[in-house]
Design a protein around this ligand. Structure first.
Ligand SMILES: NC(=O)c1ccc[n+]([C@@H]2O[C@H](COP(=O)([O-])OP(=O)(O)OC[C@H]3O[C@@H](n4cnc5c(N)ncnc54)[C@H](OP(=O)(O)O)[C@@H]3O)[C@@H](O)[C@H]2O)c1
Length: 270
């Protein structure tokens, strides 16, 4: 993990789950962290926790709704004004929506596309000049194992993550030889606040059936560690957890008409 010594990392979605964990795992090595999310109280609490443990570390917080294009531009302006040169961008903020597409709430669908797709793309576009000029930089996009297969009942979510994995792979090739690496972290279901946020009113706590897939389980800390290790090793993508990684690798060799049948048969379990 020497790669992260003295880095300046910007982490979106740092108020909970993977995002807070990225901050905790980078804190011992980074020079500065920029923590971004909407819930300022959570960011303040994380800053206080990190400042106490790592007095040398500079921790900046920036409360913003990343669904808002103007707020994203405002963040880039603020970084410029503060003289903060980001050399590690962690595009982690994201949300899901669990249930069939037809009955989905349009505002929620729009927010999901705005955060998972537009914010990730826009922030990458805004920060790329700074990343390039640092000589050696990295982008870690938090995608999902759902990016490899369509997921009924999370149709838009899995489509947004297919976009994230595809964009990451293409940018990685475009940016080859620029000193900027791009990695996609593709976790399976992990216990964070994600599924509480994704649940529709009345369905809280119903998804997913974590106990039915113990072999695939990793903790948020393990998923984040796998992502950081993949960046340090300049890997294109990583699926955290050896059993899930092998299962995905095998599933991707299976003809899609069979995969489609299996997903259809398992509909409703995820
Ligand atoms: N947990 C899983 O099973 C799983 C599996 C695969 C991939 N992922 C991906 O991992 C990433 C992190 O999810 P998580 O599991 O850590 O879930 P989480 O605990 O719900 O965290 C989501 C983070 O995104 C932030 N966020 C959401 N909407 C935002 C907005 N409009 N503006 C700014 N920040 C926003 C939230 O902050 P605020 O609410 O404070 O704004 C929060 O910090 C997501 O991209 C998710 O798709 C999760």
């Amino acid at each position: 993990m020497k790669f992260f010594e003295g880095c300046t990392a910007l982490i979106t979605g740092a108020s909970s789950g993977f995002g807070s964990e990225f901050a905790r795992q980078l804190a011992p090595r980074a020079r500065a962290l920029v923590l971004v999310a909407r819930r300022n109280d959570r960011l303040e609490a994380l800053r206080a926790e990190l400042a106490e443990k790592f007095p040398e570390l500079a921790v900046f917080i920036y409360a913003a709704d990343l669904a808002d294009e103007g707020a994203r531009a405002g963040l880039a302006r603020w970084l410029h004004e503060q003289g903060i040169a980001v050399d590690f961008l962690v595009n982690n903020a994201g949300l899901g929506d669990h249930g069939d597409f037809e009955t989905s709430d349009w505002d929620r669908v729009r927010a999901m596309i705005a955060v998972n797709v537009s914010a990730l793309t826009h922030l990458t576009h805004l920060l790329l000049p700074s990343l390039r000029s640092s000589g050696r930089a990295a982008i870690l996009n938090v995608s999902s194992v759902a990016s490899f297969f369509p997921v009924p009942n999370m149709a838009v979510y899995s489509a947004t993550k297919a976009y994230v994995t595809s964009l990451s792979e293409a940018l990685r090739m475009e940016l080859r030889d620029t000193g900027v690496s791009v990695t996609a972290l593709c976790p399976g279901p992990v216990r964070t606040e994600f599924f509480d946020v994704a649940a529709r009113p009345g369905d809280e706590g119903k998804t997913p059936h974590f106990e039915s897939m113990p072999l695939f389980q990793v903790t948020p800390a393990e998923a984040v560690h796998a992502g950081l290790e993949a960046v340090a090793r300049d890997r294109a993508r990583v699926v955290p957890g050896p059993v899930l990684a092998v299962a995905v690798a095998i599933a991707m060799l299976v003809p899609f008409f069979i995969v489609r049948q299996v997903i259809q048969a398992g509909r409703g379990r995820i």
